[in-house]
Design a protein around this ligand. Sequence first.
Ligand code: FES
Ligand code: FES
Length: 204
Amino acid sequence: MEEEKGKGVSRRDFLKGIGAGSVGAAVISTGLLDTPNVDAYPTEVAGPVRGKSAISLKVNGKSYRLEVEHRQTLGELLRDQLGLTGTKNGCDRGECGSCTVIINGRNVYACSQLAVWMNGKEVLTIEGLAKGEKLDRLQEAFIEHDGPQCGFCTSGQIMSGKALLMRNPNPTEAQVRRALSGNLCRCGNYNREVAAVLAAAKAR
Ligand code: FES
Ligand code: FES
């Protein structure tokens, strides 16, 4: 037990010294989040296997109790464990925004969050936007405005746009551009992506 406890402490120190820095970079690039308080993350959650912990979370309104590896990211949890591959993995290092999801109402990079940090959290992914066959208004607006070109960045762009509209239903163009500034589009289709978010806001 002492050994396990010691490991937990050193991991925490690692996160404070290095991991929190990379998360901070993600935060800065989205420009939307407060710097995470590492002390607030759970230190001990039940788990019989060394290097793994059991967590409870909600994804797209559905409750899960899962065992996750301590080194596993939220992006890996979503894509590999839950099969939710709408969340893309473009860089795996908090730079491109293709992995953007919404956690407790805020857009974050799934590649820059550890899965164990999701204990007790609510995660919304691109798969959670449509209601059955009915697409979310923002998804429809992306289609109408040719938002997707190659489409690789699209789910991340939509999730950042969705998070903006959740907290500000009538954003200005400047606010939309800022909200999407953490989402890179290698096709350079920014004007249409911004137009889609503005159109979705107007449609409300
Ligand atoms: S895959 Fe997460 S920011 Fe690029
Ligand atoms: S549509 Fe191709 S990367 Fe954005």
